[in-house]
Design a binder for this molecule. Structure first.
Ligand SMILES: Nc1ncnc2c1ncn2[C@@H]1O[C@H](COP(=O)(O)OP(=O)(O)OP(=O)(O)O)[C@@H](O)[C@H]1O
Length: 705
C-alpha cells in the first residue's frame, strides 16, 4: 500500500481537492486510498480507512458479490450504479458510484468516485413537515444487521424512548393484538408482503395507529423494510362519530330518503328499502320519486321542491308504492338540505297504515255509536209506548168461557220464541194479545216493535222493515235502522200481514228462516234475533188461492195460530167490557158514571158489534162524553135500532166497517185527524184510518184536519 501511495502521492493530493468521495480499491476489496471527502463523510480517518474494505461500508455486499462486481468491472472497464454506504456512526446514505478499472505495475485496481444522493435539504424539510402534520412517523429496517432507523415522530407515536423500541420483537407489544402485528411484520420481512392496517394500541384509552410497511428490494432480494406509523385516533373518532350517525339513520324505524332536484333517490335508509321491497342497488341513483310516489307528477315535484326551499320544511301525507305495486299511506316531513352548494329534499316519513285503520275503526265505531244512539232513542219511544200499552194488557177484560181458550193459548205460547199468527176480525183485540204474548215472554224487557203493513206506502215497506243506507234510493238522505234491527232481541209485531206486498214476502221469509236480511243499499248482511208475531183480519188461505200471499210464508207464520173470537161470539164479556170502558172514559172525561143501566146493557147485548171490542169501546167513550149522571142510560149514542136486532142477513165485515167509518166521519163532519177527528173516536191513528178508508173505497175528498 505504501509503495502505491508513494507513486500516487501527488495524484492523491489532487484527489483530496475533489468534492466527490474517491477511493482506490484492490482486488481484495480493501481500500488503498481514500480522499478527504470520503473520510469526512464516512467518519473514519485516513488511517482507519486503510484498514477497511468495501464490505465494511456497503453492508449489503457479500464476498461473493464483491467477486462478481470485480469481475464485471474488469470486463467492462467501468460501471455506474447506486448503492448505500454506512458511516462509522451507523448512518446509511445513498450514493451514486462511478467505478473505473485501472492497472499499475501489472496489477488491476478500481477507482470509485461516489456522490451522496440524499435529498436536498428543502425536500427533506417538506417531507419532515408532511410527516409531522400527517402525524406520520417513518422507519426503515435493514435486514442484514437488524438495525432500524426512524423519524422522531415514529418514536413519539409508539411512545418509545429509543430506536430499539421500534425493532420488531419490541414494537409488536405496543399493540393490543401483538400476534397479528408479529405476523404482518414477519410477512413483509420474509416474503415481502406489504401491509397497511389499522391497529389498536395498548394505551389507555386506546389509540389507533395505522401501520404500513413495504419491502425494499435489491434485485429480488429483500434487504430493507420501509414502514410508517400514523396516529389516526382522531380520524378514527371522527369516523366512528360519523358511523354512529349513519347507524342512527340506517337503523331508524322512520323512513329517511334524500332526493335531488331531479327527483333521484340520493340516499335512503334500510327501513324504507325494506318497506318498499327494494335492494340498495335498486334504489340508489336508480329510482325516482315518481316511481315511489305514483301520485307525484313532474309539475308537482318542481313546485313541491321549491316550496320546501322557500319554507324550510313541510308536513303532509302521501301514498307510496311498493315493489309489488301495493300502496301504503305515509306521514312525511320534507326538509330542505343545502349541501356542497346543492339543494336536496330530505324526507322523513312514517307508515300510517295502522293509524289510518284506527281512524277508520274509530269512524266506524262512531257511526255505530250514532246508530245505536238513534236506535236507543227509537227504542225509548217504543218503550214509552209500551208502558202505556202494558196498562192495556193488564186490562184484558174477559169472563167468558169461550175467550178463556184464547187466553190459555196466549199463556202457552208467550214464554217460547215461537212465531205466532193471530187471526180475527178487526177490533177483536189482536194487538192486545200480541202485546200480552210479548210482555209475558223473556223478551218482555226488550221493545215490541209494531209495523202496520197496511199503513205503510208500498215503496217504503222494505226500507221500513229492513232499513237503508244513506243514498240507497232517492230521498234516502240519512242512514235509517229498519224495524227488524230495532226489534233485535225483542219482538216484531207485523199487523195486517195480509197487506204485505207479494214482492216483499220472500225477504220476510228469509228473516224468519235465517234470521238475516240485507239492508237497502248496504253491503253487509244483518243478523238479528227477533220473535215474530203477525196478525191479520184477512183470510190468508183464500189469499194463497188467489195468489196474493205466499204459501211458504203462511206456513212459516202459522206456526202457532191463535184465532181471536169476535165479540158477538163471546157476548158474556159485553157487560164486563162495557163496565170497564165506562170507568176508564169517565175518569178520562171527568164524569161520574159508575154503572150501566140494565136497559143499556140489554141493548148492548142485543147488538152484533161488527166492529167488535173497538166498536164497543168507542160507543161507551162517546156515551160518556154525551151523557151525564152516574148511570149510563140508553141514548141516541146507541147504534141504529135495526142493527140492534139479531138479523140473519149479516152484512160482510168490510161492509159493516165501511158503514161504521162513514157514520163516524159524518159525525165529525169528515174530519179524520185531530182531537175531535174520526180516528180519535175510532181509536186508530190517522194513517190507519186513511189506509182503511182507501181499502174500503171511502172517498178521500175530505180534509184530514
Ligand atoms: N179483552 C179486552 N179488554 C179490554 N180492551 C180490549 C180487549 N180486547 C180489545 N180491547 C181494546 O179494543 C181496541 C181494539 O183492540 P185491538 O187494536 O187489539 O184489535 P185488533 O184486532 O188488533 O184490531 P185491528 O185488526 O183493527 O188492528 C183496543 O183499544 C183494545 O185496547
Amino acid at each position: 500500500m505504501k509503495d502505491v501511495l508513494d507513486e500516487f502521492q501527488l495524484k492523491a493530493k489532487l484527489m483530496d481537492q475533489l468534492p466527490y468521495e474517491v477511493v482506490w480499491v484492490g482486488p481484495d476489496a480493501k481500500f488503498i486510498y481514500a480522499n478527504e471527502k470520503f473520510c469526512n463523510t464516512i467518519g473514519y480517518n485516513s488511517r482507519e480507512c486503510g484498514t477497511l474494505s468495501v464490505l465494511d461500508i456497503n453492508t449489503t455486499l457479500t464476498p461473493e458479490g464483491w467477486k462478481a462486481h470485480w469481475k464485471e468491472v474488469m470486463e467492462k472497464g467501468s460501471l455506474n450504479f447506486t448503492t448505500v454506504h454506512k458511516t462509522k456512526k451507523g448512518r446509511f446514505y445513498d450514493v451514486e458510484v462511478y467505478v473505473q478499472k485501472f492497472s499499475y505495475n501489472g496489477k488491476n485496481y478500481l477507482c470509485a468516485i461516489a456522490k451522496e444522493i440524499t435529498e436536498p435539504n428543502f425536500h427533506k424539510k417538506i417531507i419532515d413537515n408532511t410527516y409531522e402534520i400527517g402525524n406520520i412517523g417513518g422507519w426503515e429496517l435493514t435486514l442484514l444487521d437488524g438495525s432500524i432507523m426512524a423519524t422522531p415522530c415514529a418514536m413519539e407515536i409508539l411512545k418509545v424512548k429509543d430506536l430499539e423500541g421500534l425493532t420488531p420483537p419490541k414494537v409488536i407489544h405496543k399493540f393490543k393484538d401483538s400476534g397479528r402485528y408479529r405476523s404482518l411484520l414477519g410477512g413483509v420481512i420474509r416474503n415481502g408482503t406489504a401491509f397497511d392496517e389499522i391497529l389498536e394500541t395498548n394505551d389507555s384509552p386506546p389509540r389507533y395507529v395505522r401501520a404500513a410497511a413495504k419491502p425494499i428490494l435489491k434485485g429480488n432480494k429483500i434487504y430493507r423494510v420501509f414502514g410508517i406509523y400514523q396516529d389516526i385516533t382522531e380520524i378514527k373518532q371522527k369516523d366512528s362519530d360519523l358511523n354512529f350517525h349513519k347507524a342512527v339513520m340506517e337503523n331508524a324505524r322512520d323512513f329517511i330518503a334524500v332526493f335531488n332536484k331531479e327527483g333521484d333517490v340520493i340516499h335512503c335508509n334500510k327501513s324504507l328499502m325494506k318497506h318498499l321491497g327494494y335492494s340498495q342497488d335498486d334504489m340508489l341513483n336508480q329510482k325516482k320519486i315518481f316511481e315511489l310516489d305514483p301520485g307525484a307528477s313532474r309539475e308537482w315535484w318542481d313546485a313541491h321542491f321549491q316550496e320546501i326551499i322557500d319554507k324550510g320544511s313541510l308536513n303532509f301525507e302521501r301514498l307510496l308504492s311498493r315493489a309489488d305495486d301495493t300502496q301504503f299511506p305515509i306521514d312525511v316531513t320534507a326538509n330542505h338540505l343545502r349541501f356542497n352548494g346543492q339543494d336536496y329534499n330530505c324526507a322523513v316519513g312514517r307508515d300510517i297504515t295502522a293509524k289510518k285503520m284506527r281512524d277508520l275503526e274509530l269512524h266506524e265505531a262512531l257511526q255505530e255509536i250514532k246508530a245505536l244512539k238513534e236506535r236507543l232513542e227509537i227504542e225509548n219511544e217504543y218503550l214509552q209506548e209500551e208502558i202505556g200499552n202494558k196498562i192495556n194488557f193488564k186490562s184484558i177484560i174477559s169472563s167468558s168461557e169461550t175467550y178463556k181458550s184464547v187466553l190459555i193459548q196466549v199463556e202457552q205460547v208467550a214464554p217460547t220464541d215461537t212465531t205466532v199468527l193471530i187471526t180475527g176480525e178487526s177490533g177483536t183485540g189482536k194487538e192486545l194479545l200480541a202485546r200480552a204474548i210479548h210482555s209475558n215472554s223473556k223478551r218482555g224487557n226488550r221493545p215490541l216493535i209494531k209495523v202496520n203493513c197496511a199503513t205503510l206506502a208500498k215503496e217504503l215497506i222494505e226500507s221500513e222493515l229492513f232499513g237503508h243506507r244513506k243514498g240507497a234510493f232517492t230521498g234516502a238522505t240519512a242512514h235509517k235502522e229498519g224495524k227488524f234491527t230495532l226489534a233485535d232481541g225483542g219482538t216484531i209485531f207485523l199487523d195486517e200481514i195480509g197487506e204485505l206486498p207479494l214482492e216483499l214476502q220472500p225477504k220476510l221469509l228469509r228473516v224468519i228462516q235465517e234470521g238475516e236480511f240485507d239492508e237497502l243499499g248496504g253491503t253487509k248482511t244483518i243478523k238479528v234475533d227477533v220473535r215474530i208475531i203477525a196478525a191479520t183480519n184477512r183470510d190468508l188461505k183464500e189469499m194463497i188461492r188467489e195468489g196474493s200471499f205466499r204459501e211458504d210464508l203462511f206456513y212459516r207464520l202459522n206456526v202457532f195460530p191463535i184465532h181471536n173470537i169476535p165479540l158477538r161470539a163471546r157476548k158474556p164479556d159485553i157487560p164486563i167490557l162495557a163496565q170497564y170502558f165506562l170507568e176508564k172514559y169517565s175518569v178520562k172525561a171527568g164524569k161520574a158514571f159508575k154503572r150501566l143501566a140494565p136497559q143499556t146493557l140489554e141493548k148492548l147485548m142485543a147488538y152484533n158489534f161488527p166492529g167488535n171490542i173497538r166498536e164497543l169501546e168507542n160507543l161507551i167513550e162517546r156515551a160518556v162524553i154525551i151523557e151525564n149522571g152516574t148511570t149510563l142510560n140508553p141514548g141516541n149514542w146507541l147504534p141504529e135500532q135495526e142493527n140492534l136486532s139479531l138479523s140473519n142477513e149479516f152484512k160482510s165485515l168490510e161492509a159493516n166497517q165501511r158503514e161504521y167509518i162513514i157514520g163516524v166521519l159524518e159525525h165529525t163532519q169528515w174530519r179524520v185527524g185531530g182531537p175531535s177527528g174520526a180516528a180519535k173516536i175510532l181509536n186508530v191513528n190517522d194513517k190507519t184510518l186513511f189506509a182503511k178508508m182507501k181499502r174500503l173505497g171511502i172517498e178521500k175528498q175530505i180534509s184530514a184536519k
